[in-house]
Design a protein around this ligand. Structure first.
Ligand SMILES: *Cc1c(COP(=O)(O)O)cnc(C)c1O
Ligand code: SF4
Length: 454
């Protein structure tokens, strides 16, 4: 038969090729660990790496002593705590940990840290300004973000909520969220008093950390509010510890019971995951996602665009196709938020638009993520392409958000080290910074008074 098209190359089918077998056994600490133990979520939790000493014990002989020293320096300077599951530890390429996409997300190293952009703050999204009661962010008209806890199964270096998430670190004392069922009642009451709220995102922290009874408590309390029509439980967990879905039966049952009850009420309850690199997805993930699918639990994914993790067209395409292959719908790719201490992970608006152009058209439209910039200062998510003006030379993008904060202008800054030497020199001078920003606002058709500082 004349196929007209040349045959698919092996590289283009690589997304289907998931890591198989007992891949963890190459790590000295997990050499004797059998499959049943490795799939046990309690074992994974108990053996997560949280300190430089635990890092050393786990990978001694595998990574170089220089790297381990470097990580020690990174631990002490980072705004986020560290917590890496054996699953993730065993997926890191310890022959080249500096360039490894999983290491880059979760384990800071001192030698790679870059100075922050002069305009960065810790809560760049200004979530606290839109928070009517502790643990609830009501920014958009018909949806709200509920933050019922501040712990996660892993701590991401790039976390948007580094102002609140995880234990205090040497560098940051965290803001306190509502963390107990008693404290959540204020959030439920507020939601019940706002008929425009149809859609609740339950995040955190991370809903993986909620015990089954609290998944049901929160899910049912929200389902009981007549005007709530949609809910999403958000979790990084499946990326870092997919086995919990397989072996923590009560947790999956609790989620499924909320999904089923929602369906009987005509309400949509789904799971949102957070995969960033194709390497996070293995045969264990495939089995876990299959279990969710069989229980009728719809899964969407939100990624963050991270330098050295997924910031090339080929790697993003691979991630998107791998997720689609497992019936996980790639929903968003976020610009990396402008948070402190992670400049080496951010990239430019231009990179995002280039990658989007490459990815769109390579698979189903419903599996093609929207690339968004969560406008610093509280403008909410904007399609990266929708800037009012973009000064590529100096790395300044201006966004507007007419239905969130009408009449306001929001700025996203590209990381300084990605700019030309001339532009870098301009950013070194405060008065020139102000001039460049003023000029970008003018070209965007906004006055200085419209600016919401990041
Ligand atoms: C992201 C977000 C939501 C949900 O937005 P969608 O675009 O519907 O995914 C709701 N509230 C806040 C504060 C958010 O940051
Ligand atoms: S899992 Fe989410 S909330 Fe927790 S540290 Fe990572 S990005 Fe932040």
């Amino acid at each position: 038969m004349d196929h007209k098209k040349p045959p698919a190359t092996p590289e283009s089918l690589e997304y289907k090729n998931l890591k198989q077998g007992e891949f963890w056994r190459h790590v000295p600490a997990y050499r004797e660990i059998d499959e049943a133990t490795f799939l046990d979520h309690l074992w994974q939790q108990k053996h997560a790496v949280k300190t430089p000493e635990e890092l050393l014990q786990t990978i001694e002989g595998l990574a170089s002593p220089e790297f381990i020293k470097d990580a020690e320096a990174g631990f002490s300077r980072a705004p986020m705590a560290v917590r890496v599951s054996p699953y993730a530890m065993s997926l890191i390429d310890w022959n080249d940990p500096y360039n490894d996409p999983i290491r880059r997300q979760f384990i800071p190293v001192g030698s790679m840290l870059l100075p922050d952009h002069p305009r960065l703050t810790l809560d760049s999204l200004h979530e606290q300004d839109d928070s009517p009661v502790p643990g609830l962010v009501h920014r958009y008209v018909d949806k709200a973000l509920f933050l019922p806890l501040n712990t996660c199964p892993v701590y991401c270096r790039f976390c948007t909520r580094s102002y609140a998430i995880g234990p205090d670190t040497e560098n940051v004392d965290k803001v306190s969220l509502a963390k107990t069922p008693k404290q959540w009642e204020d959030a439920f009451k507020y939601i019940s008093e706002r008929p425009e709220l149809e859609d609740i995102v339950i995040s955190g922290g991370d809903t993986y950390q909620l015990p089954p009874k609290n998944i049901e408590l929160i899910g049912n309390a929200l389902l009981d509010i007549p005007h709530v029509r949609r809910m999403r439980f958000a979790t990084k967990g499946p990326a870092i510890m997919p086995m919990k879905i397989i072996t923590h039966k009560e947790w999956l049952d609790a989620l499924a019971s909320v999904v089923d009850r929602g369906r009987s009420l005509g309400k949509d309850v789904v799971l949102h995951t957070h995969y960033n690199s194709p390497e996070e997805i293995t045969w264990i993930t495939e089995r876990a996602m299959r279990m969710l699918f069989e229980r009728g639990i719809f899964v969407r994914n939100q990624s963050v665009l991270i330098r050295g993790v997924n910031d090339t067209p080929e790697r993003m395409q691979m991630l998107v196709k791998r997720l689609g292959h497992l019936n996980v719908h790639p929903y968003y790719v976020y610009m990396h938020d402008m948070v402190k201490g992670v400049e080496e992970l951010r990239t430019t608006i231009q990179t995002a638009t280039d990658i989007e152009k490459f990815v769109r058209g390579s698979t189903a439209g419903f599996n093609s993520p929207t690339f968004v910039c969560d406008a610093p200062g509280g403008g909410g998510k904007r399609d990266v392409h929708s800037y009012e003006y973009y000064d590529r030379e100096n790395g300044i993008a201006v966004y507007a958000a007419p239905s969130v904060k009408p009449g306001k202008a929001f700025l996203y800054f590209d990381p300084i080290d990605k700019l030309t030497p001339d532009a870098q020199a301009r950013w070194a001078v405060r008065e020139i910074q102000d001039q460049m920003i003023h000029e970008a606002l003018r070209k965007a058709g906004a006055g200085d008074e419209a600016l919401v500082p990041a």
